[in-house]
Design a protein around this ligand. Sequence first.
Ligand SMILES: [Zn+2]
Length: 322
Amino acid sequence: MGARRTAIGIDVGGTGTKAALVHDSGEIAARVERPTLFSGGTKGAIAVAEDLLVKAVELGIEVGAVGIGAAGFIDAASGTVTFAPNLTYDDPHIAQAVRTHTGLPTLVDNDANAACWGERAHGSARGSDHVAYLGMGTGIGSGFIEAGRLVRGLTGAGAEMGHTVIEAHGPPCKCGLRGCLEQYASGQAIARMAREALAEDPASSILSYAASVEEVTAADVSRAAHEYDDTACTVLRRAGRALAIGLSNMANIFDPEVIVLGGGVVRAGEPFLGPARDEIARMTQAQRRRPLRIVIAALGGDAGIIGAAALALAEAPGRVEE
Ligand SMILES: [Zn+2]
């Protein structure tokens, strides 16, 4: 028929729940955002879906499905969250709860899987059937598309690069292991490494951006690094080299055509990505691998909502297929 199809895409993060009416072209027709209720992840998803259904009526848009990318371990087959360290879902059966309130076919998946799908559908991995996505924000999420399908594992907890160990005796991680990639290349990790380094270099310009050592963020480190502050550059170099080990592991396990780097930490730019690029070049050369194509996410903070909507149009149970 060629009619435009539209879905609601929702991104439930640790601090904010973002959502939009997204056409199948990837274009956003309307958006809403609410702070995530710490103990009400599912309630928040229902609230933004209801906001957007009202907007859809005003705009004369017919909505075909709802897609949700949610932080935590998500079993997409049953639409439930199985483990979420950073926020609480008042109802673990997210898909069913949203379906009941909206009457629409609903799909829920991990937020990084949704972002990976979004970058492949409408972003910087367009046209590739072998995509890896690494989202570096407060923590680290990852998604993989193999032969055109998302890799989910048995329970949805598979392909979590953030919790692969890159340093056996490294710092402890919330997941129970030590030395996870998340403990070196996430926003939280960069802030922690900076706080440790500031004990040796209290004159670092990192402190001119933060109110106190305890309040240093990855963004403060990034700002100082762009002024060539030694301590900031050393911290980001360490994070970048750890990222390279993670990327090399991704290449060895999945052999992707393209790796997309997303999340706020990417904005640290060259002081972080330069050392990562040098190290990955050295590692791929040592293994005589073809050079990896590593790109920055094109959809930025919208990858999750655009991807969740596209995924719902492609896979939500009960949707009307073209
Ligand atoms: Zn971990």
